[in-house]
Design a protein around this ligand. Structure first.
Ligand SMILES: CC(C)(COP(=O)(O)OP(=O)(O)OC[C@H]1O[C@@H](n2cnc3c(N)ncnc32)[C@H](O)[C@@H]1OP(=O)(O)O)[C@@H](O)C(=O)NCCC(=O)NCCS
Length: 158
């Protein structure tokens, strides 16, 4: 078996706009999201620049073996956050997602001192559900979407 990639998070910056746009428009990603439409680069870039300046949003680039391999995001509200993840197609299926989500949980609980983080996953996306569960999230509502939650101090250590 091959060595698992080394995973790290770094804050996203304006220069990441095009990579995020490419990952966002991947057909598998579009199928996994609730807004399945293709986004033009200029619309995406405006959204991304605004997102980087928002106090209620945090975006990190997932690095795998030093390469930009995807993004994770927290949308903050009332001491909690909703989690999103999207990996570059070439980095999927290699264990990067669970590792990135574990690192994100650490940012959320130790860095931002959030009480709880929640993910909404389409019922037809078992890989995503499995990735969240492996990162210490528990299913709190098994419907469509599946709601997965991780609370500060609960379960595995961040
Ligand atoms: C979903 C995603 C985050 C998962 O990350 P990943 O690094 O590719 O995931 P892994 O390779 O670690 O696989 C996660 C688990 O899913 C399992 N899995 C993969 N495909 C599966 C399938 N079709 N059915 C069931 N389980 C599946 C894997 O076996 C693994 O389980 P294990 O850890 O128990 O072995 C990533 O593939 C991705 O970004 N996909 C595109 C966008 C997306 O779906 N985002 C999530 C929206 S909620």
């Amino acid at each position: 078996m091959s060595v698992p990639p080394r995973v790290a998070l770094r804050p996203a910056a304006a220069g990441d706009a095009e990579a995020l746009w490419r990952w966002r428009n991947d057909p598998v990603t579009r199928g996994a999201s609730y807004d399945e439409g293709e986004v033009p680069l200029d619309v995406h870039t405006r959204w991304f620049e605004e997102a980087l300046g928002r106090p209620d949003r945090r975006i990190w680039i997932v690095e795998a073996d030093g390469a930009a391999a995807g993004m994770v995001r927290l949308d903050l509200a009332d001491g909690e956050a909703t989690v999103s993840i999207n990996l570059a197609p070439e980095w999927r299926g290699r264990g990067v997602g669970p590792e990135a989500l574990s690192l994100l949980a650490r940012e959320a609980f130790e860095g931002l001192r959030l009480a709880r983080i929640t993910a909404l996953v389409k019922a037809g996306n078992p890989a995503s559900r499995a990735a969240f569960e492996r990162a210490g999230f528990s299913v709190s509502r098994d419907a469509d979407p599946v709601v997965l939650v991780r609370e500060r101090g609960a379960g595995v250590t961040a």
